[in-house]
Design a protein around this ligand. Structure first.
Ligand SMILES: Cc1cc2nc3c(=O)[nH]c(=O)nc-3n(C[C@H](O)[C@H](O)[C@H](O)COP(=O)(O)OP(=O)(O)OC[C@H]3O[C@@H](n4cnc5c(N)ncnc54)[C@H](O)[C@@H]3O)c2cc1C
Length: 409
């Protein structure tokens, strides 16, 4: 083990691996540490991603693709269906991944680029001198070590401590965390071409249930609902999900269970300190509507990697220089998150009747483009009174020509 690196990255999820690959390709000395003994396991993910965005980071490999979906279907509380399928226009939509293998493929890319990787290695603190982060304290196989670096990247997921250690406020109110439970259900007849979403206060209050096909008569069936909707006296997420499975797939056999949280609070104020950047879920960069965070984590990882290279080359890792990371991710990922937050806050207030009437207004619309923006815009045009709060969003998006395309779930 070396005692000094250019960059140390804490957490080998999608965010950390992309930073490691980007920085190692530039010839810098990189260490990627992961507290778990196996990369990617256990999985806490529905595993849905958009194809186009994924390809910006890694060439798709059939070994980690379980399903190649052609579209999405959204079901309102009374069962009214909205369908979006690019099949019709010959386009392409998304993959359902095998994340255990996908995360390993990303780490393998980082290792091939020259990054050192250490599993079963937990960051326990930061070395901070003269207000600059300049290394990591870590625990590896029962031994404590300190390793110095020019830049530390916190890619340690939703439970991130790295930001807090550096004095960054990454706290999220429980009401801004989406509580998720997911079962891998086997032995079911499932259309492998579609990802399905079910809405309704009885189904998933302030959230939804998803069914993502995983090939071979299997699917990830999960529920995500706002923290404020679970708790004492309310139906638990796991009960709602079990009720749904009993009703819709009574022969299904649950062969895996996942429990986790997704930050849906929108952007936090600061993701940098002197010598430090936060990426992915650690920087609260997941989408507030879908809870999807894989693509945003990778996009942010690439930006952070590039800024790390530039800052080290300039010999300046202060917040003045790292501000470039803030600026770049907020212009792209941040804009989308802000838009999604407005949509989320509008939709969580709707009653079942309102959701039904929204779905009904688009019942006969044929969406040949798999774009969440197109769907929302069509909804807005047909229901201006109900969706008046979204007007700012469309004005902004049209003026700035931002691609608000469906990126993940
Ligand atoms: C139930 C559920 C379903 C989801 N479904 C989807 C989906 O379908 N599509 C989608 O895009 N997103 C989905 N998400 C969100 C997605 O999983 C995350 O946004 C994504 O994994 C974020 O990547 P990351 O690299 O930032 O963090 P993570 O993937 O969480 O990686 C962080 C890594 O850091 C490690 N770590 C933490 N602390 C330390 C430490 N002190 N020292 C060393 N290592 C440490 C962890 O072990 C972990 O491996 C879902 C989330 C949940 C909970």
């Amino acid at each position: 083990m070396k005692d000094r690196y250019d960059v140390i990255i804490v957490g080998a999820g999608p965010a950390g691996s992309i930073v490691a690959k980007t920085v190692a390709y530039a010839g810098l000395d990189v260490l990627l540490i992961e507290k778990r003994q196996e990369i990617g396991d256990p999985v806490r993910c529905g595993e849905g991603v958009g194809k186009f965005h994924l390809r910006q980071h890694i060439e798709p490999d059939p070994r980690w693709i379980c399903a190649d979906v052609k579209g999405s279907r959204i079901f309102s509380p009374d069962g009214t269906k909205i369908e979006m399928a690019e099949e019709i226009s010959g386009g392409e939509v998304g993959y359902v991944l095998e994340r255990k293998l996908f995360d390993r493929a990303l780490v393998n890319d980082a290792a091939s680029a020259g990054a050192d990787i250490m599993v079963k290695t937990r960051a326990t603190g930061l070395i901070i001198e003269d207000d600059f982060v300049c290394g990591v304290k870590l625990m590896h196989l029962g031994e404590e070590y300190t390793i110095r670096s020019k830049i530390v990247i916190g890619a340690d997921g939703i439970e991130s401590k790295v930001g807090r250690w550096a004095g960054i406020d990454t706290s999220i109110k429980p009401s801004d965390i989406e509580t998720c439970v997911q079962f891998l259900v086997a032995g079911i007849e499932i259309d492998q071409n579609y990802c399905d979403f079910y809405l309704g206060t009885e189904i998933a209050p302030a959230g939804y249930i998803w069914i993502f096909p995983k090939g071979k008569n299997q699917a990830n069936v999960g529920i995500g609902m706002l923290g404020s909707k679970s708790g004492k006296g309310k139906k638990r997420a796991v009960t709602l999900l079990t009720d749904f499975i009993n009703k819709h797939m009574p022969d299904g056999k649950i062969i895996e269970m996942v429990v986790g949280g997704v930050p849906v609070s929108g952007t936090i104020e600061c993701t940098i300190a002197n010598g430090l950047m936060l990426v992915g879920d650690a920087a609260r960069q997941s989408d507030p509507i879908t809870g999807g965070g894989i693509i945003n984590a990778m996009d942010a990882g690439k930006i952070a990697g590039k800024v790390a290279i530039e800052s080290i080359a300039a010999g300046d890792v202060s917040t003045n220089m790292l501000q470039e990371y803030e600026t770049r991710w907020r212009k792209t990922i941040g804009r989308e998150i802000d838009g999604s937050l407005i949509v989320k806050e509008t939709f969580v207030k709707f009653t079942d009747d309102e959701l039904n009437s929204l779905a009904y207004s688009l019942k006969d619309v044929n969406f040949s483009s798999m774009s969440l923006f197109n769907l929302l815009y069509a909804l807005y045009k047909a229901n201006k009174k109900l969706l008046w709060d979204l007007r700012i969003l469309f004005k902004d998006i049209i003026v700035n020509d931002i691609d608000f395309a469906y990126k993940s779930k």
